[in-house]
Design a protein around this ligand. Structure first.
Ligand code: NCC
Length: 281
């Protein structure tokens, strides 16, 4: 699979990256009443629309420091839907990152670590939330429920009870590992079995929901910097190149799929990807 064409890779993703969120059908969640707890409509159903066509244009905005001084805010907000990550703010950074947020992907630290003030922060209100937590590669839902990496289950249940109208999903841990399998299957080296970054997960999630996806500053532009996030003064090149997550490998996979011009990458850090429902395999 190492020499797959972009088309073949997209067809592999179409199968492997089918959206999968907890739906309460499997134990232990089935006996905990999660079928009644999760939103009544799946994530796809939420965004499919009447004609089943999904969202037309989507932007994925990574949190990289390189997006500072990009002036991309207006362009980003022009998309029909915008995905952001974890605690990445828009306030004060509108010029560079825009201010529209449709979906926010949050790792389990956001739910579990009090410093993020998940319950009260406006970052997590009036948006669709998608949470995930890294289970071990051999997924055992009972073990995962008993000892997640960070405890997201309590805060999830509480939020669903208090804000039943807010679409809020938890990714199935097997979905995350299926994405990892695609990365490993298309990479020469053996990758450590750590899950892909929220960035990679978010890109694939949007490719499942949208007709076209623009990703910003995942593959660094000419503004590449060691500044980890655009919203805090912390410098570490591992944020861009990876330490725990197989970032370098994820990024080269996404770069292989880029359909946009080279100049977009350089000036905007922008990659253009097709929606997976529009790929004929
Ligand atoms: O930093 P983080 O990621 O929230 O960034 C979101 C996604 O943007 C892409 N990124 C970020 C910075 C950068 N310089 N280049 C990039 O390409 C990555 O794709 C990244 O996934 C995560 O993936 O969930 C992560 O979360 C943070 C942290 O938990 C949250 O920000 C909450 O505070 C992790 N950092 C730590 O645990 C210290 C990070 O490793 C991964």
């Amino acid at each position: 699979r190492l020499d797959q064409s972009p088309k073949e890779l997209l067809c592999e993703l179409k199968v492997q990256a089918r959206l999968w969120t907890l739906d309460g059908s499997q134990p232990p969640f089935s006996s905990l009443g999660w079928d009644q707890l999760v939103p009544p409509r799946t994530l796809e159903q939420l965004y499919q629309g009447q004609d089943q066509s999904g969202i037309r244009t989507c932007a994925v905005v990574t949190s990289a420091g390189a997006i500072l001084h990009s002036g991309l805010g207006k362009e980003i907000d022009n998309h029909d839907a915008v995905l952001r990550f974890n605690a990445a703010p828009t306030e004060g950074f509108e010029k560079d990152v825009g201010n529209k947020t449709t979906i926010r992907i949050i790792n389990s630290q956001i739910l579990a670590n009090p410093k993020h003030q998940f319950k009260s922060s406006s970052l997590y209100k009036n948006v669709t939330l998608v949470a995930w937590d890294p289970a071990p590669y051999i997924v055992n839902l009972h073990k995962w429920y008993d000892s997640p990496d960070y405890n997201l289950f309590g805060p999830y249940v509480e939020r669903r009870r208090l804000q039943p109208q807010q679409p809020f999903y938890v990714l199935h841990p097997s979905y995350v590992w299926r994405l990892w399998d695609v990365i490993q299957g298309n990479t020469q080296e053996s990758i450590q079995p750590n899950p892909p970054s929220s960035g990679f997960i978010g890109i694939l999630l949007m490719m499942a929901l949208c007709e076209q996806v623009h990703v910003y500053e995942y593959i660094p532009s000419m503004r590449q910097t060691d500044l980890c996030h655009y919203y805090e003064h912390y410098y570490d090149q591992a944020c861009t190149l990876g330490a725990y997550h197989p970032l370098l490998f994820e990024k080269s996979l996404i770069q292989r799929l880029n359909m946009g011009p080279k100049g977009d990458l350089k000036r905007k850090g922008r990659v253009t990807l097709p929606g997976l429902s529009f790929i004929d395999c």
